[in-house]
Design a protein around this ligand. Structure first.
Ligand code: AOF
Ligand code: ZN
Length: 364
């Protein structure tokens, strides 16, 4: 006999299949059961396609009866966005028992979905495995509630806390670098400084195959963002500007857009440490609906992010090799990480002879 909690956990596992494709929408899973048997299962795949509940109802090939239960990892929506309201589909279907893991923070929904179901005679249970379903959509929740994306920064550094300035020389090993690609794939956008573009000329695309991510469709490459205060980058020179993906250049000089190259230039004010990153984050949340932002900073940008406490997580790949005097020092570990009680170590893992440490920032 399976418990309601186990069915909800299953719905959340289904939701996870959408994490690489659903943004800006949340990842949602849904199952329909009868007498302890799963009759239909579905998850939301991408914005504009059927929501999990609608798809689960479409896939159900049995007439609905009052013994059936629906388990959905997010409150059913009750508004018309790119698709119609899930509440209407559920009410019309005749399903009488719905388990909802967590309310949808979207102001258009936010409790109104549950209310509508209840007003139509449906038994609704809210809260099973709430933490887990909020965790898989932490970027979506943070964007809507705090008006800023969930921010993860990564840096590869040597055993003596240096990053390398010279070209074509990797600090971390290939396993670590592959791991980074999974972080990129989960992100709605990747942000770097203009200095990184000039020294590394990165494409900032996801270098994985769709099979690596369990996808049937093509990989959704993140939006690319650069902080280029004085518009110093030549648009024809760097990989960053190539391809059809959206590119955003934050700068201190102008607002404009290059439709052909799909580049937006956004002006933001400067402060002591350069472009005001807090404003950048607000714009990314409000204008571009960025849930999860991945930052690949150099030493200076990482320092600013730490000083201003803008990170949710920091992922460090530390190699066993020292760089010595040639390298650029990053992360004053003593002051910033080790002594700060609001920063906790979430995990430590080996990638061959590199060590990956993930720090989590508690305050915010
Ligand atoms: C659900 N089930 O599977 C998802 C929901 O533009 P639309 O129509 O796709 O609506 C997007 C909003 O719907 C999104 O911001 C969030 O509030 C909700 N997502 N709701 O009932 C789902 N993905
Ligand atoms: Zn919906």
């Amino acid at each position: 006999m399976k418990s309601d909690k186990q069915f909800m956990e299953f719905a959340i596992e289904l939701a996870k299949k959408g994490i690489y494709t659903t943004s800006p929408n949340p990842s949602v899973g849904c199952i329909i059961t009868e007498k302890n048997k799963i009759l239909s299962k579905a998850y939301h795949l991408r914005s504009g396609s059927d929501h999990a509940e609608v798809l689960a109802l479409k896939k159900l090939n049995k007439r609905v009866n009052s013994k059936m239960n629906m388990y959905v990892s997010l409150e059913p929506c009750c508004h018309t966005g790119k698709t119609g309201p899930c509440t209407k589909s559920i009410i019309d279907s005749g399903i009488k028992n719905v388990f909802v893991s967590t309310l949808d923070p979207n102001p258009k929904v936010k409790g109104k979905g549950v209310k509508e179901l209840r007003n139509n005679g449906i038994n609704v249970n809210v809260g099973l495995c709430k933490k887990k379903s909020q965790e898989i959509n932490k970027g979506f929740f943070k964007r809507i509630i705090k008006k800023t994306p969930y921010v993860i920064a990564k840096q590869a550094l040597s055993s003596d806390f240096k990053i390398n300035g010279s070209k074509n020389k990797w600090i971390s090993n290939s396993k670590s670098r592959t791991d980074v690609q999974y972080f990129r794939a989960e992100s709605c956008a990747i942000l770097v400084s203009s200095k990184t573009i000039k020294t590394d000329n990165p494409s900032l695309k996801v270098k994985l195959k769709k099979n690596d991510l369990g996808l049937k469709d093509n990989i959704k490459h993140p939006v690319r963002i650069v902080l280029d205060t004085n518009l110093s980058l030549d648009l024809n020179k760097y990989k960053f500007f190539k391809g059809k993906e959206k590119k955003i250049v934050f700068n201190s000089l102008l607002n404009s857009s290059d439709k052909e190259k799909n580049i937006d230039f956004i002006k933001v004010r400067e402060d002591k440490s350069g472009l005001n990153i807090k404003t950048v984050l607000n714009i990314l949340a409000l204008k571009y609906e960025i849930n999860n932002l991945f930052i690949e900073p150099g030493a200076k940008l990482l320092d600013t992010l730490l000083q201003k406490r803008l990170l949710d997580k920091l992922v460090l790949y530390q190699s066993p090799h020292a760089i010595g005097n040639l390298g650029l020092t990053t992360l004053n570990m003593e002051n910033k990480v080790i002594k700060d009680k609001t920063i906790v170590t979430e995990s430590i893992m080996n990638f061959s002879n590199d060590v990956r440490i993930i720090y989590k920032f508690l305050r915010k």
